[in-house]
Ligand binder design. Structure first.
Ligand code: C5P
Length: 316
């Protein structure tokens, strides 16, 4: 007797049998130029994304429903229901590929919540890569990035990683092609988060009142500095239009920025919408010293060294 063909078995064979583990990095914006508010509620951006070596890890296993558990940063604060970007990403991929959104997902989180490091977006990117492998849907990175764009402006970048230009509302990503150089960073994680929409609203308010600094404009100086591969040159070109807004919402960040520079950083900026501050160091040893000083100075919850660029969401 021949066995009847069962699509379920076929699906089992196509996907991964064992758990799929995906590592995804945090991002900083080396240049975050914010243009005018668009009709859709987003701002036009001109940004240079950079992926750094602080990672979340998402493990996907076969299951009969879609379920998410977590440990680490934000446990007990982050909703694990249908509003979570990981769950939304799994549904979006399943809908696109025409499969059932069944998986048991576990997040090990190191990227702080609402920190300006795109932690939620990173997790969504990880979910797309993990579920694609678990379900055997076999999409290309470009296809995953297309789905990612609907989940959030930073999500496509975190599918690719590296250093990349972002335009539109940030979702249109193209790689920056430069000879590989490793940059050394110190990441000062603050207590509590800042809301990204609130930071953009604050920037609009500061601009209306004439209190915000001049807009950053072109990324040319920064891209030229990346090519020169000298951290002192790069330090002069880092910039973030959302920094004034983050400082207005959290004035103590000025102390964090001052402390990092006093500890030997070449420069410091607020990361994205904050409140995380990132400092460029001359080398790895200097980064370690700055992180130690920031920790003892008590100007942040935690100071960590990191390097970049690193790859985006990848099976590990
Ligand atoms: O795209 P994402 O969901 O991450 O954006 C979160 C919020 O940040 C948006 O709802 C919007 O208020 C603000 N934002 C913006 N302009 C962008 C990106 C985000 O105003 N380019």
């Amino acid at each position: 007797m021949t066995e009847a063909w069962r699509p379920d078995d076929e699906d089992e064979r196509r996907g991964a049998a064992g758990p799929v583990r995906v590592r995804v990095p945090a991002k900083v914006n080396l240049h975050l130029g914010v243009g005018p508010l668009r009709r859709d509620g987003y701002h036009e951006l001109n940004t240079v994304y950079h992926a750094i070596s602080i990672y979340d890890e998402l493990t996907a296993r076969r299951g009969d429903t879609l379920a998410l558990t977590m440990e680490g940063e934000g446990t007990g604060e982050l909703a694990l229901d249908d509003t979570n970007l990981i769950i939304r990403a799994a549904h979006a991929l399943a809908g696109y590929a025409g499969v059932l959104p069944h998986a048991r997902l576990h997040l090990r989180k190191q990227i702080p919540l609402a920190g300006g490091l795109a932690g939620g977006s990173a997790d969504a990117a990880a979910a797309l890569v993990a579920c694609d492998a678990l379900w055997g849907t076999g999409l290309s990175r470009d296809e995953l990035a297309g789905i990612a764009a609907d989940l959030g402006s930073d999500v496509p970048f975190l599918i690719y990683g590296g250093t990349a230009l972002g335009t539109g509302r940030g979702e249109a990503v193209s790689p920056v092609l430069v000879r590989p150089t490793t940059w050394h960073w110190v990441v000062a994680i603050a207590d509590g988060g800042l809301s990204t929409p609130a930071a953009y609203r604050e920037l609009d308010r500061l601009r209306d009142s004439g209190a915000a600094g001049a807009p950053l404009g072109s990324t040319d100086a920064l891209l030229g500095a990346l090519r020169q591969r000298d951290p002192r040159v790069l330090a002069r070109t880092l910039g973030n239009d959302l920094q004034d807004a983050a400082l207005a919402m959290r004035p103590t960040l000025a102390d964090t920025l001052k402390a990092g520079e006093a500890a030997g950083a070449l420069t410091g900026i607020v990361s994205g919408s904050g409140p995380t501050c990132v400092f460029l160091a001359a080398d790895a040893a200097s980064a370690e010293r700055i992180a130690a000083e920031l920790t003892t100075a008590g100007v942040c919850r935690q100071a960590r060294v990191a390097h970049g660029p690193v790859a985006g969401a990848r099976i590990s």
